[in-house]
Design a protein. Structure first.
Length: 455
């Protein structure tokens, strides 16, 4: 079976054995918009796409423990110690190199040295690179990308150096050398800019929420998803754009654009994984996620052609566990990705419902998860048609809505999980539901469940 898994983050890493057991060909499509942690320093100084989720997935696919330790290694949280650790890794004297074959060590070191050289070049024009908490794997992948000039090629080289299974592909949802950021439009009209600011801001950036202002999500639920609500509305910024649907690929989105949104300048190196309580919730529910340029204007990048090809030929598409808003939606709001999923009528399209809430989804139930996926992809389809100039966008009432089953055919949830699933509501919409009697997804149980769903 050709299996495609959508969603990044660490949550899905524990499920890799289940996916591997099911597939003849396994493809992971991952977001490239996370601007938090040590990735924020790479974006600030060297630019390029966020690769933290990609590095994390590669590390969990590596069978060689020495390579896994190297690419999963994080530098000290103390500034001086981190810089000393980095220097000893680059010069090959750090203990993390113990046991490495000389040829593999020199391949890895060559790209780390290249990263170091690029950082030194930037020292004249930017504040010094902060090495604390830095991921060696991120710095390695960055060096490969800067040398080869291609994100796709850098991932493929890393997979081959690490001797990963050739039947497994890791594909960035956008193949780019630019930085892509996302924003969230809330139900109350507020906009939060930057993935880290949406999902795990520093405590100083959190807005306090009144208990009586907790999010009310997805009102007016119906069996037909809305088509193109507010899709023609674009946020005002400090400049105007003749074509708000213009693809961002040709825009200036390097490490030093002429202007960058003030929210994106805030350091995201140090953040807290905030507890889910009333003080740390969003001030209102998220209405939609969208990509932005450095000015904060909405742009419509296209998905990676390799991702589109894998989706077109897949037998099962899995919307995996992880952050719904900032890990899954940045993939499926890409117009050609949504279009390909819609057109693949052969594949089962399976949503795995998380076992617990996060800051972005607090208060939602399983049906509302599906609704947000459907509405987001419907909007992406309308934008895709409009972008091609072959479709005149009409009002929401003038376009024919698509059935939810075009995007999600099955929902797998946990009986003991925090997030409730209204099975009757989903089955009324034609979506099949399946429960696993557990609080969390266990590899064997999930593999058996997905095996039963294969077309």
């Amino acid at each position: 079976m050709n299996l495609v898994v959508l969603s990044g983050g660490t949550a899905a890493n524990a499920l890799l054995p289940a996916f591997e057991a099911l597939s003849n060909e396994l493809s992971f499509i991952l977001p490239i918009s996370d601007n938090g942690g040590s990735t924020s320093e790479i974006l600030r100084v060297l630019g390029g796409p966020a690769i933290g989720d990609i590095r994390s997935r590669i590390v969990h696919l590596i069978k060689d423990k020495k390579l896994s330790k190297l690419l999963g290694f994080r530098l000290s949280t103390e500034t001086t110690s981190a810089k000393q650790e980095w220097n000893s890794i680059v010069d090959g004297t750090h203990e993390v190199w113990t046991g490495f074959a000389s040829e593999v060590k020199e391949i890895c070191r060559s790209f780390l040295i290249h990263t170091q050289a690029e950082i030194l070049k930037k020292h004249k024009t930017s504040a010094p690179f902060q090495f604390e908490k830095a991921s060696v794997g991120n710095l390695f992948l960055t060096g490969v990308r800067l040398f080869l000039g291609s994100l796709d090629a850098s991932i493929e080289l890393a997979l081959r150096v690490c001797r990963c299974d050739e039947r497994t592909s890791i594909i960035p949802c956008i193949n780019t050398n630019h930085t892509h950021h996302i924003s969230a439009l809330l139900q109350n009209g507020d906009v939060i800019t930057g993935q880290s600011q949406i999902s795990h801001p520093s405590r100083q950036q959190v807005k306090k929420v009144r208990p009586d202002a907790l999010p009310v999500v997805c009102q007016n639920l119906s069996t037909e998803s809305l088509v193109g609500p507010d899709s023609s509305v674009f946020l005002k910024s400090q400049r105007s754009s003749d074509d708000p649907f213009e693809d961002s690929e040709d825009d200036e989105e390097y490490a030093y654009p002429g202007y960058i949104h003030p929210e994106l300048k805030l350091s995201q190196l140090h953040f807290d994984k905030l507890d889910i309580d009333v003080d740390h919730l969003l001030p209102a529910a998220i209405k939609r996620i969208f990509y932005i340029n450095p000015y904060g204007e909405e742009v419509l990048p296209q998905g990676n052609n390799r991702a589109v090809s894998k989706l077109r030929n897949s037998d099962m598409i899995i919307y995996s566990v992880g952050s719904l808003m900032t890990s899954l939606l940045p993939i499926i709001i890409l117009g050609n990705v949504a279009e390909t999923i819609l057109e693949n009528e052969h594949a089962r399209k399976v949503l795995l419902v998380n076992n617990k809430y996060d800051r972005e989804t607090f208060g939602m139930d399983g049906t509302q998860f599906v609704q947000l996926i459907v509405e987001s992809m419907n909007r992406a389809l309308n934008n895709q048609k409009r972008r091609r100039k072959s479709y005149k966008l009409e009002s929401a009432g003038g376009a024919e809505p698509l059935l939810w089953t075009k995007f999600v055919t099955d929902v797998v949830y946990l009986k003991d999980g925090e997030i409730p699933v209204d099975t009757k509501s989903l089955e009324h919409l034609g979506i099949k539901t399946f429960a696993i009697d557990s609080y969390c997804f266990e590899v064997d149980a999930l593999a058996a469940m997905l095996q039963s769903l294969r077309p």
